[in-house]
Design a protein around this ligand. Structure first.
Ligand code: NAD
Length: 267
């Protein structure tokens, strides 16, 4: 049984994660943490998730539950995640990180912990998206240098704070890596006004933010005469939450290191 704690337990993903752990026969809900100062501290986390009482009270800090859990699941915000990473490294815990929107400096800081603890860090925990990444690698190798323009289009709900999504960036990176390109050099994140014709090696990104869209990603390979689109649509946050719980169970058996969902799923 893997003892899992969830940080940001009152958030959109936090509440879904409570349900996902409750449904998993090999994981147990060992704790939940709310934002410091939150009036929800002390509330039953099952009730926060709309599931009814589960007997676990929301804690105001990780310190309060340090002896109760083995793996922390963190879907919060970059600064919060980095602080939790330091906490887990200092206390011999493992961590599954779903937070997106980390800057290059923050990613380097995260990577600095790879020898100090076992972590899974993935911008998208859904099994379907991680399979899609494999399909993209194949498509990019076959098409990318043969005159096909590559564009990544994503859509999310109106509350999302980072753009493009971590998943869109990951898809772009997979395509770029397969073709010996980099997003730093070839990524195009904005087209406004007289921006001229498209360069053949560009990897373009377009973003939609609207309503309650859970997460949709399309990578388009387009040339004269045909267009191939590889699309993933998430219709429920449960797909990410189940992936995160699966990652936590897998991580409980691993040595120190930084892992991705491809490792968890053996892809
Ligand atoms: P949200 O705003 O609903 O939830 C974030 C929660 O973190 C909030 O409840 C907030 O109170 C809490 N929080 C902030 N600071 C805290 C602190 N110091 N201690 C404890 N809790 C704290 O956001 P969300 O939609 O749940 O998304 C959270 C993150 O997860 C985002 O970065 C999002 O992009 C990412 N995400 C990743 C995946 C994936 O599969 N990897 C899927 C969905 C969302």
């Amino acid at each position: 049984m893997t003892r899992i704690a969830i940080v940001g337990v009152a958030g959109r993903m936090g509440r879904t994660l409570v349900a996902a752990v409750e449904q998993d026969a090999e994981a147990t809900l060992a704790g939940g943490v709310v934002e410091p100062g939150s009036s929800l501290a002390g509330a039953d986390i099952g009730e926060l998730a709309g599931l009814g009482k589960c007997g676990v009270a929301a804690a105001a800090s990780l310190d309060a539950i340090v002896d109760d859990f083995d793996v922390l699941i963190d879907f919060t915000a970059p600064q919060v995640t980095l602080a939790n990473l330091a906490f887990c490294a200092a206390h011999g815990k493992r961590i599954v990180i779903g937070t997106t929107g980390l800057s290059d400096e923050q990613l380097a800081e995260l990577d600095g912990y790879r020898d100090q603890l076992a972590m899974v860090f993935a911008p998208n925990m859904s099994v379907g998206v991680n399979l899609t990444l494999k399909l993209l690698e194949t498509a990019a190798k076959a098409l990318g240098d043969e005159g096909y323009d590559i564009e990544v289009i994503e859509a999310h709900h109106r509350h999302k704070v980072d753009s493009p999504s971590g998943t869109a960036l990951k898809m772009g990176e997979v395509v770029a890596d397969s073709l010996g390109r980099t997003l730093k050099e070839h990524g195009v994140f904005e087209r406004v006004g007289q921006c001229g014709p498209r360069d053949a090696k560009e990897i373009g990104f377009a973003t939609v933010r609207a309503g309650d869209i859970v997460g949709e990603h399309t990578v388009m390979f387009a040339t004269e005469g045909e267009r191939i689109e590889i699309t993933h649509k998430a219709s429920s946050r449960m797909t990410f939450a189940r992936g995160a719980v699966r990652a936590a169970r897998w991580l409980a058996e691993q040595d120190n290191g930084r892992y991705g969902m491809q490792d968890v799923l053996g892809l």
